[in-house]
Design a binder for this molecule. Structure first.
Ligand code: SAM
Ligand code: SF4
Length: 461
């Protein structure tokens, strides 16, 4: 954990010379070259208070996002396998001491029903989530769940990428997890601030800060090269957390030869019998939240930024403009909740959501805002992961692959799952975006769309 250098972070946070407006403007101009910025420069941008410079920051983040990702927004949904947990995180409703929560672990059959319900909504990408429990959600069960999810087919549609957010594993167990053909392995440090971490995680295996911090390295050694990190904003000063997370990203880049594939930015939400969630000690206001996301986009331009349905629709719309590249939609945070029967079982929930809209409504909204909803999973299945993905992204060539594939998966969605209203707005957006492609990609995309219309599914390159 020596690479999270709290002393250095604090020295940047106390350095008054980093509050200089001209310096901040220079850094924003440099960031537009899309080569990232240093930790010290990120610290300077975190000090922005001037409205005009703040708007320059937001504009630059939007431009960088557009240049790298175009107008694509990748869609996914979480699937909760179990809310049983041996840890006692002070912010989470799944914590061991919450005796009022009804505990539930899905059976493998129920996992299949959940997968089918999500496929019927139009999802192709899932994030598996569960509490940490040696019996209820052990690795063999996770493996069986993933196998069942991949096996479900609904009229040629299926889940094509299962990302995983589970407690840290040993090297041997990460090798096993890798053999289940997962996409990204995600793990949030929650807080990088050591003393706060200790306070928030009083018991259970999660109290070991270093075991968690080193999890991405063990996963990488086990062969998982798409790794996601994150911090739970609200537990400590957001400026500290942002810099520490960037320090972690930089460490991964240097040590593993590839930085994080994604960064997640959950903000603390109210949760049942979770003392810290009721009154976040360092609640992050919306403007600071937007600022930190924009800074992440400038600092690590090629890393995906994931925004969940913890946030309300209006704020989510605003944050697409400053660098968010992946969003969850139509999410539920309790096991078995996509199945109608469990719909009202709120007491199983991990935390409260800010965006309750279904996938179709989000897709339609995203289209109207000028973004392209993408359900693409082609990189993972074509071996473009880890450093191979990053090289392609940094060379500026990833868009040539992503845009056609995103358009094809969006067409699949429109053909199979969209409501009449979404078909109307979606088809218009699709036609325009196909026409905007360069000649070669346009030709390939039109061919894929024709194949889909004839009934083929899962076309990509
Ligand atoms: N139990 C595993 C773990 O803690 O690593 C798996 C993931 S946990 C179910 C998913 C994430 O939910 C946590 O890493 C944490 O960041 C987030 N979370 C927990 N309580 C939350 C709350 N009250 N508001 C927002 N996010 C929360
Ligand atoms: Fe358990 Fe994860 Fe919730 Fe902590 S955050 S109580 S480890 S489910």
């Amino acid at each position: 954990m020596e690479f999270i250098n709290e002393k250095l972070i604090n020295s940047y946070l106390q350095d008054d010379s980093l509050k200089n407006v001209d310096l901040q403007k220079e850094i924003i101009a440099k960031a537009k070259e899309r080569k990232g910025i240093t930790l010290e420069e990120s610290a300077a941008l975190l000090n922005i208070t001037d409205k005009e410079i703040m708007n320059e920051l937001f504009k630059a983040a939007g431009e960088i996002k557009q240049a790298i990702y175009g107008n694509r927004l990748v869609m996914f949904a979480p699937m909760y396998l179990s809310n049983a947990c041996v840890n006692n995180c002070l912010y989470c409703a799944f914590r061991r001491d919450n005796k009022e929560l009804a505990r539930k672990t899905l059976t493998v059959d129920e996992v299949g029903f959940e997968a089918e319900a999500l496929i019927k909504q139009g999802h192709k990408r899932l994030l598996l989530v569960c509490g940490e429990h040696p019996k209820e959600s052990n690795l063999d069960f996770v493996g069986k769940a993933i196998e069942r999810i991949y096996s479900i087919d609904y009229k040629g549609n299926n889940i094509r990428r299962v990302n995983v957010n589970i407690a840290p594993l040993s090297l041997e167990d990460f090798k096993k997890l890798h053999s289940f053909e997962i996409g990204t392995y995600q793990i949030f440090q929650e807080t990088y601030h050591y003393d706060t971490y200790k306070q928030m995680h009083p018991s259970g295996p999660k109290k070991d800060y270093a075991w968690r911090l080193r999890a991405p390295e063990r996963a990488f050694e086990a062969g998982i090269d798409d790794l996601g990190i994150g911090a739970l904003f609200g537990l400590t000063d957001y400026k500290f957390e942002t810099l520490a997370m960037l320090m972690h990203a930089d460490y991964m880049d240097r040590e593993l030869g590839v930085g994080p594939h994604t960064i997640s930015i959950p903000r603390l939400e109210p949760a049942m019998n979770a003392p810290t969630a009721v009154q976040p000690p360092y609640a992050v206001d919306d403007v600071s939240f937007k600022k930190l996301i924009a800074i992440l986009r400038l600092a690590v331009p090629y890393t995906g930024i994931i925004l969940s349905t913890r946030e309300k629709p209006e704020l989510r719309r605003d944050l697409f403009n400053v660098g968010v590249s992946q969003i969850s939609a139509g999410s539920k945070t309790s096991p078995g909740s996509y199945d109608e029967e469990h719909e009202k079982k709120k007491e199983l929930e991990q935390f409260q959501l800010g965006d309750h809209r279904g996938l179709d409504e989000v897709v339609s909204d995203v289209c109207e805002l000028g973004y392209l909803p993408s359900f693409c999973t082609s990189c993972y299945r074509s071996g473009r992961t880890g450093d191979r993905f990053m090289e392609l992204a940094k060379s500026g060539n990833i868009g040539k692959i992503c845009s056609p594939n995103a358009l094809a998966t969006f067409k699949e969605y429109l053909l199979d799952f969209a409501s009449d209203e979404t078909i109307e707005s979606g088809e218009n957006a699709l036609a325009k975006q196909v026409e905007d492609l360069p000649e070669y990609e346009k030709k390939r995309t039109k061919k894929m769309i024709e194949d889909l219309k004839k009934g083929e599914r899962d076309v990509y390159f």
